[in-house]
Design a protein around this ligand. Structure first.
Ligand code: HEM
Length: 203
């Protein structure tokens, strides 16, 4: 039952995260495009109903995920199985930090929690040393989780060699997407100028 709820909750969070990552890909076209997409996307998720569902799912996902890792401690032998647990723990850490920071920004600052708020740390030395790996591994962890789920769901349908190859390909695609995002946020493709009020939060 708990596993089933974990999967349903993962699906709901997954839909949000899919569009959230598509939103972030707009950084490749510049900050203005990113902000425009977020403004439209916010019409869907920035309301009491959607946010309550999303935040409840996040809390449930983190708690049930940590419980699963604890319950199966020492029993995971397969590499993908272990990677699933490690990426899950990282996602739990990331979710609590990331959502906590967004909620803090919305409740206790006058800032719009748009992309400037999310990536100001990329542009204030030495905070990029923390934020680049922090976000890079979050995106990769999502793809590791998808690969592990794929590996499990197809276990009776395709050969083990093909299953593993496809699972590793999913992770490789995730790593490439994540790298493109980090380069985009750092201003490699288009100039990113962080407004002073956002930079000030790091000074
Ligand atoms: C790739 C780097 C990422 C950046 C720069 C980023 C940035 C942001 C920003 C700026 C917001 C606030 C949105 C708003 O105010 O409307 C936000 C919200 C959020 N992000 Fe991310 N995000 C990233 C990756 C992720 C990942 C990988 C996940 C999932 C594991 C995630 C999950 C969330 C969630 C659940 C919210 C809260 C939505 C809400 O209720 O307002 N983010 N993110």
């Amino acid at each position: 039952m708990l596993h089933k709820l974990h999967r349903i909750s993962a699906l709901l969070i997954g839909v949000f995260v899919l569009f959230h990552l598509i939103n972030h890909m707009f950084i490749l076209g510049g900050v203005a495009q990113h902000i425009n997409f977020m403004n439209s996307f916010r019409v869907i998720y920035r309301n009491i109903l959607m946010e309550s569902v999303l935040l409840t799912c996040v809390i449930f996902q983190v708690s049930s995920g940590i419980y699963f890792v604890w319950k199966r401690r020492g029993q995971r032998e397969d590499f993908i199985d272990k990677a699933q647990a490690i990426s899950g723990l990282y996602l739990a850490f990331f979710f609590l930090n990331h959502v906590g920071t967004v909620l803090f920004g919305r409740l206790f600052t006058d800032l719009d929690t748009n992309i400037y708020y999310g990536i100001a740390g990329f542009h204030v030395t030495p905070f990029q040393l923390y934020f680049v790996p922090y976000y890079f591994f979050a995106v990769v962890a999502i793809f590791i989780h998808i690969a592990a789920a794929f590996n499990w769901l197809t276990r009776k349908k395709i050969t083990e060699i093909l299953r593993k190859r496809l699972a590793y390909s999913i992770v490789a695609i995730g790593a490439i997407i994540s790298m493109l995002l980090m380069l985009g946020f750092s201003g490699t493709f288009n100039e990113v100028i962080i407004p002073s009020e956002y930079r000030a939060t790091y000074q």
